[in-house]
Design a protein around this ligand. Structure first.
Ligand code: NAD
Ligand code: G6P
Ligand code: MN
Length: 467
C-alpha cells in the first residue's frame, strides 16, 4: 500500500493543528509515511510543531513527524504540499483591514483594497514557494489555501501555465452548502452542485440530487422564502455580540438570498453588492484581525502549548481516540470536529486529497482556467467552478452562458485582479492605481491614491517597487 509524504507550508498557521489531528484521525484512508511542517517564522511554528510531536507520538508513531525552516528538508520527497502561508503575517492583515477605513472604504482580508494589498505581498512569496517546492518535488500536488486565492491563482497560472498539479481552493462555497443543505434534509455527499464565479465572488445555480438528478435549489430557495422570518430570527440569535463577524455575515447572506432569490451566493458577494451595509456593520478600530488575534490565534496556541507541556493527549480531555473510528473515516462527509478549535478547513482539504489518491472523481469547488467553462467570459479567467477530482486531472464541468448581471460583476472584478497581477509583474504604478480604482469597493481614484500611498509605507519590503 502506498504511503504518502506531506508538507504543510505555513506550519505555524492557526489551521495546522486541526490538519494534524485530522491526518491522525483518517490515517487508514490516507496512509502516511512523513509529515513535516515548514514556516519562515521559527518561534511561531515551534508552538505548533511541539504539539504535533506529542500528537504523532501518541496516535501515529509509525509516521515520521518534524518541523523545519529549511526548504530543502521540508520539500524533498513530498507527495502533497498544503500551502497556507500569510505573507506579512497577521500584523499586515491588521493594516489591510484598517488603512482603507481612513478613506471611507471597507477594510477586508481578501476583498477590496485590503485584498489587493495582500495580493501584492502574497504573489511574490507564493511564486517563490512553488518554485522551491518544484525544485525538490517536481511531481507533488500543491494544494494552495493562501489568500487572496483569486489573485494568487491568476498569477500562478501565468508563471506555471503547464503545471496541472497546483490547486487553489477555498472553503467558502462548500461551507455555504454545508450550512444550507440541512434545511432541506440533505447532506453534501448526496448532491452534485453547479457553481461558477471568481474566488470569493460566485453563485450556486443548481444542486442536483445524485440519486434522482432533480435540481434541489428551487426547493431550498422556496424553503428559505417560506421560513424567512424564522430563519432570520435564528441567524440573528446566533450572533454573539456586535463584532461577531461570521454571525453577522450569515445574517446578511440570508438577506442577500431574499433579495436575489434565484441562486445561492457566496457570502463574499456581500462586499460587492452591499458595500454600504457591509461598511456599516464594521468598526474601523476593531476589525476581524482583532477578533482572530483575541480568539482563534490565542486559543489555538494555548491549546498547543498546553499539550506540549502535558506531553500527552491520551487519557486527557484532549484525547482524540474516540474519533479514530472506522465510521469517521468515510470520505464523503468528514466534517468531524477536532479538538483544535477550527472547523471545516482541514476536512475539505483532506476530502480533496482522498478524491485524488482514490481517483474518485468526487466534486470539489476549485480554481481552474475558464477555457470554455463559461463561454461568454474571458477564456483566461481563473474561475472557481465545480470540478471532478481524479488522480490524473481536475476536470471542470462546463457551466454555460453566464447571465448579464453576474457577467458584468465578474468582468469588473477580473479586470481589477488582472490589472493588479500585471502591475506586480511589470512594476507599473499606473496599473496599480487602475487596479484599485477598478475595484467596486474602492471605486474612487482619489481614495485609491491615498490608500495606495499608506499601503506602500506599511508594506515596505513586501510589495514590489513600482515605477
Ligand atoms: P496565520 O498568520 O495564522 O498563519 C500563516 C503562517 O504562514 C504563519 O505562521 C507565518 O509565519 C507563515 N508564513 C508567512 N509567510 C510565509 C512564507 N513565505 N513561507 C512560509 N511560511 C510563511 O494565518 P491563518 O489565519 O492560519 O491563515 C493561513 C492562510 O490561509 C492565509 O493566507 C489565509 O488567508 C488562508 N486561508 C484561506 C482560506 C481559503 O478559503 N482559501 C481559508 C482560511 C484561510
Ligand atoms: C473564509 C474564507 C477564507 C478566509 C477566511 C478568514 O474561510 O474562505 O478565504 O481567509 O474565511 O477567516 P478568519 O476567521 O481568519 O477571518
Ligand atoms: Mn476563501
Amino acid at each position: 500500500m502506498k504511503k504518502y509524504s506531506v508538507v504543510i507550508c505555513g506550519g505555524g498557521s492557526t489551521y495546522t493543528p486541526d490538519m494534524l489531528e485530522l491526518l491522525c484521525i483518517i490515517r487508514k484512508s490516507f496512509p502516511l509515511r512523513k509529515v513535516v511542517l515548514y514556516d519562515c517564522a521559527e518561534e511561531r511554528q515551534k508552538i505548533v510543531g511541539e504539539f504535533g510531536k506529542v500528537l504523532f507520538a501518541e496516535y501515529c508513531e509509525d509516521v515520521e513527524f518534524g518541523y523545519t525552516t529549511s526548504k530543502e528538508e521540508a520539500f524533498r520527497d513530498i507527495d502533497f504540499a498544503f500551502v497556507q502561508i500569510r505573507a506579512g503575517g497577521m500584523e499586515l492583515r491588521n493594516q489591510d483591514e484598517k488603512i482603507p477605513y481612513r478613506y471611507g472604504c471597507i477594510g477586508q482580508e481578501t476583498c477590496g483594497a485590503g485584498g489587493l494589498a495582500y495580493g501584492l505581498r502574497s504573489v511574490p512569496q507564493m511564486i517563490e514557494l512553488i518554485r522551491d517546492i518544484r525544485t525538490y518535488s517536481g511531481d507533488s500536488w500543491i494544494i494552495n489555501y493562501s489568500n487572496p486565492a483569486a489573485i494568487v491563482a491568476e498569477a500562478t497560472k501565468r508563471v506555471f501555465p503547464e503545471d496541472k498539479k497546483i490547486i487553489n481552493i477555498c472553503d467558502m462555497p462548500t461551507s455555504v452548502l454545508d450550512r444550507y443543505l440541512p434545511l432541506i434534509g440533505k447532506k453534501r455527499c448526496e448532491i452534485q452542485p453547479i457553481y461558477f464565479g471568481l474566488n470569493h465572488f460566485g453563485w450556486f445555480t443548481k444542486l442536483l440530487d445524485k440519486k434522482t438528478g432533480e435540481d434541489l435549489l428551487p426547493k431550498l430557495l422556496e424553503y428559505i422564502q417560506a421560513n424567512y422570518e424564522r430563519l432570520h430570527k435564528e441567524f440573528e440569535d446566533e450572533i454573539q455580540g456586535e463584532t461577531d463577524h461570521w454571525g453577522i455575515t450569515f445574517l446578511n447572506h440570508l438577506e442577500m438570498i431574499r433579495d436575489f432569490p434565484y441562486s445561492l451566493p457566496n457570502t463574499y458577494n456581500l462586499y460587492y453588492l452591499y458595500p454600504n451595509k457591509s461598511y456599516s456593520h464594521y468598526r474601523a478600530d476593531y476589525t476581524r484581525y482583532d477578533e482572530v488575534i483575541g480568539g482563534r490565534e490565542k486559543n489555538v496556541f494555548s491549546f498547543c502549548k498546553e499539550i506540549a507541556a502535558l506531553g500527552r493527549m491520551k487519557g486527557t480531555k484532549y484525547d482524540i481516540s474516540q474519533k479514530i473510528d472506522p465510521a469517521t473515516e468515510v470520505v464523503a462527509d468528514m466534517t468531524v470536529d477536532s479538538m483544535a478549535y477550527n472547523d471545516v478547513h482541514a476536512a475539505y482539504l483532506v476530502e480533496l486529497v482522498l478524491s485524488i489518491i482514490n481517483n474518485a472523481h468526487e466534486f470539489a469547488l476549485v480554481m481552474v482556467k475558464n477555457d470554455g467553462i463559461c463561454p461568454n467570459l474571458d477564456p483566461e479567467m481563473m474561475l472557481e467552478a465545480t470540478c471532478l477530482v481524479g488522480s490524473q486531472e481536475i476536470m471542470p464541468l462546463c457551466y454555460g452562458t453566464v447571465p448579464q448581471f453576474e457577467k458584468g460583476l465578474l468582468e469588473n472584478q477580473f479586470a481589477c485582479e488582472k490589472l493588479l497581477v500585471d502591475a506586480i509583474f511589470e512594476k507599473d504604478d499606473l496599473k496599480l492605481l487602475q487596479a484599485f480604482t477598478e475595484n467596486r469597493i474602492v471605486r474612487d481614484a482619489e481614495a485609491a491614491k491615498q490608500i495606495i500611498a499608506d499601503f506602500k509605507k506599511a508594506n515596505e519590503g513586501y510589495w514590489p517597487e513600482f515605477h
